[in-house]
Design a protein around this ligand. Structure first.
Ligand SMILES: NC(=O)c1ccc[n+]([C@@H]2O[C@H](COP(=O)([O-])OP(=O)(O)OC[C@H]3O[C@@H](n4cnc5c(N)ncnc54)[C@H](O)[C@@H]3O)[C@@H](O)[C@H]2O)c1
Length: 403
C-alpha cells in the first residue's frame, strides 16, 4: 500500500512512522528543514521512540516538499496539518487541511483522504458535500506530545469516521482502522467505526473532559489555597474513590498545550444554540485559575515592594507545559507571564531550549544559577528537584511532582 502523510508534526510524523512499518510512506511538509531532517533519519520533534524508529532504517519512509511527488500515486492520503483556533471567527482555521485536499485532488482523484487533524464537529460531512467528494474520512488522533509514536504503537482506541450510510465508505473506514491496528504493537486494540460527525465529536468531547478534570483539581486547589487547607490531603482523599482515580489530578497553572485550550473553545463554538453551561465553564475556568495564580504571585511581588522598597525580578522556570515537552505552544505559564506583564513586573526566563535572547521582551537565560541568584520569586508550573536549594523563592502549585 502507498500512503502519503501531509504534515510532519507530532501527529503526521508518528502516523507516518507507524504506517511505514508495513507500507511505503511519503511525508509531505511545507517546511524544507523538517523534510531534510526526516530524510536524514532523524526526528524534528523530541520523541525518543520516533528518534529510534527513524534512525533504525527499518521504516519505508521518505519526505518531500513537493506535493505532486508526495500525493500522485498514493492509495491513502492522511492529513495532519495544523488547525489553529481563530479568535476572530471563533472556529478552527481549517485552511491548511483544505489546501492539502486541493493539492492532493489536483494530482490524485482516486486516493482515500483521511483527516487526522482535529476539526469542528460536522466538518468532514460538509467538506464531502461541498466538494462532491465521497472519499474523505476522519480519524481522530489521541496521542500525547513527547509520547507521540508510543501512543500510536499502543493506542487506547482506534476511531474512524465515515459516511455511515455508504457501504463503500464504511468498508474504507474498516480498512483504514485495520492499517492503524496492523502498525500497533498491541493486540486487540478497541476499534470503533462510526459517522464522521460522531468521530469529530469524540475527539472534542474527549479533550474537553481532560480539560474539565484539570480545571476541577485546579479549582479544588484554588479553594484549598484560599482557605488555608492542605490541598494535597484533600485531593488524595477524593481520588482514593476508584470512580475518581488517583491520576491526572495534579494542580497546575491551568490546562495548556496545543490541543486542550483550542479544542474546548471549538466545542463551545459548536454548541451554538444548544443549551449548555458546563462547556462554557470549562473554558472560563482556565482564565479564572490563571488570574488566581497571577494574583498569588503579585502578592509576593508587592510584599517585596512594600517591605524592601524595590521592584523584585520574577523568574520564569521553563516555558514548556510539561516536564518532557519540547515546545511552548499555549503553555499556561505564558498566561501568567501576560498577567504579570500587565503589572509591568520585570521577568527573567530560564528556558534551555529557547535560543533567542529575549521572549516577548523578557530576557532569557540558559544559566539556572543566574535565575536562582538574580530572581526574588521564581514561578514554576512544574516542580523540579534542581530548584530545591531555592525552594523558598519558588511559587508552584505542583503538589505531586508529576504532569
Ligand atoms: N499535538 C498533539 O498532541 C495533537 C494530538 C491530537 C490531534 N492533534 C491535531 O493534529 C493536527 C496537527 O497537530 P500537530 O501537533 O501535529 O501540528 P504540528 O504543528 O506539529 O505539525 C503540523 C505540520 O503540518 C505542516 N503543514 C502546514 N501546512 C501544510 C500543508 N499545506 N501541507 C503539508 N504540510 C503542512 C507544518 O509545517 C507542520 O510541520 C492539529 O489539528 C491538532 O489539533 C494534535
Amino acid at each position: 500500500m502507498k500512503v502519503a502523510v501531509a504534515g510532519l508534526g507530532y501527529v503526521g510524523l508518528s502516523v507516518a512512522a507507524l504506517l511505514a512499518r508495513h507500507h511505503d510512506v511519503v511525508g509531505v511538509d511545507v517546511v524544507p528543514s523538517k523534510v531534510e531532517i526526516v530524510n536524514a533519519g532523524r526526528s524534528p520533534i523530541q520523541d525518543s521512540e520516533l528518534d529510534q524508529a527513524l534512525s533504525s532504517g527499518a521504516l519505508s519512509l521518505r519526505a518531500t516538499c513537493d506535493s505532486a511527488d508526495g500525493y500522485a500515486d498514493a492509495d491513502w492520503i492522511v492529513i495532519a496539518a495544523p488547525t489553529n483556533y481563530d479568535t476572530t471567527t471563533n472556529f478552527f482555521d481549517t485552511s491548511a487541511v483544505e489546501a492539502v485536499v486541493e493539492a492532493a485532488r489536483a494530482v490524485n482523484q482516486g486516493a482515500t483522504i483521511v483527516i487526522k487533524s482535529t476539526v469542528p464537529v460536522g466538518y468532514t460531512a460538509r467538506l464531502r458535500e461541498q466538494l462532491g467528494d465521497r472519499n474523505i474520512l476522519f480519524s481522530p488522533e489521541f496521542l500525547r506530545e513527547g509520547k507521540a509514536l508510543y501512543d500510536n504503537l499502543h493506542p487506547s482506541r482506534i476511531v474512524v469516521g465515515c459516511d455511515a450510510e455508504d457501504a463503500a465508505q464504511k468498508a474504507k473506514a474498516d480498512e483504514f482502522a485495520a492499517l492503524l491496528a496492523e502498525g500497533a504493537e498491541d493486540e486487540d486494540v478497541p476499534t470503533l467505526v462510526m459517522g464522521s460527525t460522531e468521530a469529530e465529536a469524540v475527539k472534542l468531547f474527549a479533550n474537553t473532559y481532560l480539560a474539565l478534570r484539570v480545571s476541577y483539581f485546579n479549582e479544588l486547589d484554588t479553594y484549598a489555597a484560599s482557605k488555608g487547607l492542605d490541598a494535597r490531603k484533600v485531593i488524595e482523599g477524593v481520588c482514593l474513590d476508584p470512580r475518581v482515580g488517583s491520576h491526572y489530578n495534579n494542580p497546575s497553572f491551568g490546562y495548556g498545550g496545543y490541543c486542550l485550550p483550542k479544542d474546548t473553545k471549538q466545542l463551545l463554538a459548536n454548541y451554538e444554540d444548544v443549551p449548555q453551561s458546563l462547556v462554557g465553564a470549562i473554558v472560563e475556568a482556565n482564565r479564572v485559575r490563571k488570574n488566581f495564580v497571577a494574583d498569588e504571585v503579585m502578592d509576593r511581588v508587592m510584599r517585596i515592594v512594600f517591605e524592601e522598597g524595590r521592584a523584585p525580578l520574577v523568574g520564569v522556570y521553563r516555558l514548556t507545559m510539561k516536564s518532557g515537552s519540547d515546545n511552548f505552544r499555549a503553555s499556561s505559564i505564558q498566561g501568567i507571564m501576560r498577567r504579570l506583564q500587565e503589572h509591568r513586573v520585570p521577568m527573567l526566563v530560564f528556558e534551555p531550549t529557547f535560543d533567542g535572547g529575549s521572549y516577548f521582551g523578557h530576557e532569557v537565560t540558559h544559566d539556572l544559577d543566574e535565575l536562582k541568584n538574580r530572581c526574588d520569586v521564581i514561578v514554576a508550573n512544574r516542580w523540579n528537584g534542581e530548584l530545591a536549594d531555592v525552594q523558598d523563592k519558588v511559587y508552584t502549585r505542583d503538589l505531586f511532582g508529576r504532569d
